[in-house]
Write a protein that binds this ligand. Structure first.
Ligand SMILES: [Zn+2]
Ligand SMILES: [Zn+2]
Length: 251
């Protein structure tokens, strides 16, 4: 598997860090994990063909994680190079179908088309099987229905994505022993906000899960000038990296 970071920032514009978006390439699947505004554009920048996406996994419906869905569908409708018919599976938290229906009320006529077949599966906890891949969903503390995703390949490689999250036992249980843990790290320790993580919390979580490698992401501007790595290293002794847009993680 190969994971590319498309956006390691949030909605507040800062240089070189876009809204949340990740692209996971497996043997059989091309998966977009979240996709805030600008995600499609970043895919082009990093040499990824957006037409190959067959699955989208949303962690929650905040705009910095979902806003590029309408542009994606609009592009699929108008791109002459799209291979038709196009099948797109969307895995998303409870409430997504209603969110999608409302988007379609506004944009439906201009974004839907006969050759793009969309299947929506709402998830809260449990497993989704995508041929070569096991996708394990878990609840986390952020919005009422926020989910985490753990992807496990048939070869035993695993990657965990927290989405936006606060500290909670279910997240830790779901990420146990994972190869790569992508964890949000929004604010510095002295500016903790409910529903998000700080570097010390990320360190404690990583140590408890025993993950092999920790990659921190979803940086608000306030945290960017702080020493994130040192704060994490007080609690976690494994490899820690700060995500950047365009970062590639091979598993
Ligand atoms: Zn959020
Ligand atoms: Zn967010």
């Amino acid at each position: 598997m190969k994971l590319t970071v498309l956006g390691s920032g949030v909605l507040i514009p800062v240089p070189k860090r876009g809204n949340s978006g990740y692209f996971l390439q497996t043997e059989d699947h091309s998966i977009l994990i979240d996709g805030g505004s600008g995600t499609l554009r970043r895919m082009v920048d990093f040499g990824i063909d957006y037409k190959t996406i067959d699955t989208i996994c949303y962690s929650h419906m905040h705009p910095d994680h979902t806003l590029d869905l309408v542009p994606l569908l609009f592009a699929y409708r108008h791109d002459p190079e799209l291979v038709k018919p196009k099948f797109l599976k969307i895995v998303a938290p409870i409430g997504f179908q209603d969110y999608f229906n409302r988007l379609i009320e506004i944009y439906g006529g201009s974004v839907l088309c006969d050759w793009v077949d969309i299947e929506i599966q709402e998830v809260s906890r449990g497993e989704v099987i995508l041929e070569d891949l096991l996708l394990i969903c878990g609840h986390t503390e952020h919005t009422a229905h926020s989910v985490t995703y753990r992807f496990e390949s048939g070869r035993g490689e695993s990657v965990f994505y927290s989405g936006d999250s606060d500290v909670n036992d279910e997240l830790i249980a779901s990420a146990k022993g994972v190869d790569v843990m992508i964890l949000e790290c929004s604010f510095p320790d002295n500016l903790k906000r409910k529903g998000h993580l700080t570097p010390s919390e990320c360190g404690l979580i990583a140590e408890e899960t025993g993950c092999k490698r920790l990659v921190l992401t979803h940086f608000y501007p306030e945290i960017l000038d702080t020493d994130i790595i040192s704060a994490v290293a007080k609690y976690y002794r494994g490899e820690v990296d700060l995500a950047y847009d365009g970062m590639e993680i091979e598993l």
